[in-house]
Design a binder for this molecule. Structure first.
Ligand SMILES: Nc1ncnc2c1ncn2[C@@H]1O[C@H](COP(=O)(O)OP(=O)(O)OP(=O)(O)O)[C@@H](O)[C@H]1O
Length: 268
């Protein structure tokens, strides 16, 4: 099903590699302005699903529409230019400044494309995005000298450079200390307010890393969806325990979630 507001629509999708079903029967519908969290244990298939929605992999069976284009009937490289994909493990080896790295989001390349130069307007937009992620102090800093948290925020600015309608965030808080994680989550909440038609999917296995502005959740286990829908309906003690195959109790405080092992009640 695709509607004028559809950003992602998958219909009974399987993805098979080396004879193994990495994803099975995935049917998902994501609209503009929705912010999804994709949760699952190690090896559940989260990155595989994200790589398909990021136009890096085709489904083996079923159909996938991203931004109105059906995978298999569209130039994947061209489609990728409209999707912001943030992977904190993304390597940048060239000694570029933060501003330069953000500008490479326009060409979606690890370095500046030879003979390409940004316009004054593009540089101004890069600076605006850098500021909106609280990185203005670091705009001229060299990439290798930044911390992991600063890299994470700069990579989000980079992904937004091409004005994507879909933002994919693959474990953006990995390796961040407490303050850096909180700054990243605040930046994401602010971004979602600033760009109301943007849709996003954030992958994590930690409930503490879910931004308060998250609207929907999808839980996967062994490549299958076990629950999906509005975040408050999906993130329940029962669903999360099933997803991670462990008795987990979850609570929500001021919009954020906390998870801990459920201790069985003692009798008497
Ligand atoms: N090309 C491939 N061929 C065969 N199996 C693969 C291939 N790529 C990934 N897998 C397997 O698919 C499963 C899902 O991997 P995926 O990386 O999507 O999981 P994940 O949920 O992102 O896990 P994690 O939380 O550990 O990052 C894993 O068991 C992985 O080993």
């Amino acid at each position: 099903m695709t509607t004028p507001n559809s950003v992602v629509s998958t219909d009974h999708v399987d993805l098979v590699r080396s004879g193994r079903y990495l994803l099975s029967d995935i049917t998902l519908h994501i609209e503009r302005g929705q912010h999804w969290v994709l949760l699952g244990a190690n090896g559940a298939g989260k990155s595989t699903l994200l790589s398909m929605l990021g136009a890096f992999a085709h489904p083996t069976h079923g159909t996938v529409h991203v931004l109105g284009h059906q995978l298999g009937r569209v130039d994947m490289r061209e489609l990728r230019a409209h999707i912001g994909h943030v992977n904190p493990r993304h390597r940048i080896d060239a000694p570029l400044t933060v501003r330069d790295v953000v500008l490479t989001g326009l060409t979606n390349t690890p370095e500046f494309v030879p003979r390409w130069a940004p316009t004054a307007g593009q540089v101004a937009r890069a600076d605006e995005l850098i500021a909106s992620l609280g990185m203005q102090k670091h705009a001229d800093a060299l990439w290798p000298n930044l911390s992991q948290g600063e890299h994470g925020r700069a990579l989000i600015a980079r992904a937004l450079m091409a004005e994507p309608q879909l933002l994919l965030l693959d474990e953006p808080a990995t390796g961040l200390d407490l303050a850096a994680r909180e700054q990243l989550l605040t930046a994401l909440d602010e971004l979602r307010v600033a760009y109301p038609s943007l849709a996003s999917i954030l992958v994590t296995h930690h409930l503490e890393e879910i931004p308060t502005t998250t609207t929907h959740a999808v839980l996967i286990r062994d490549g299958r969806v076990i629950a999906q829908g509005p975040v408050t309906d999906v993130l329940t003690t029962g669903n999360i325990s099933e997803c991670f195959d462990h008795p987990i109790e979850i609570t929500r405080q001021r919009g954020r979630w906390v998870a801990q092992t459920r201790v069985p009640e003692t009798v008497g």
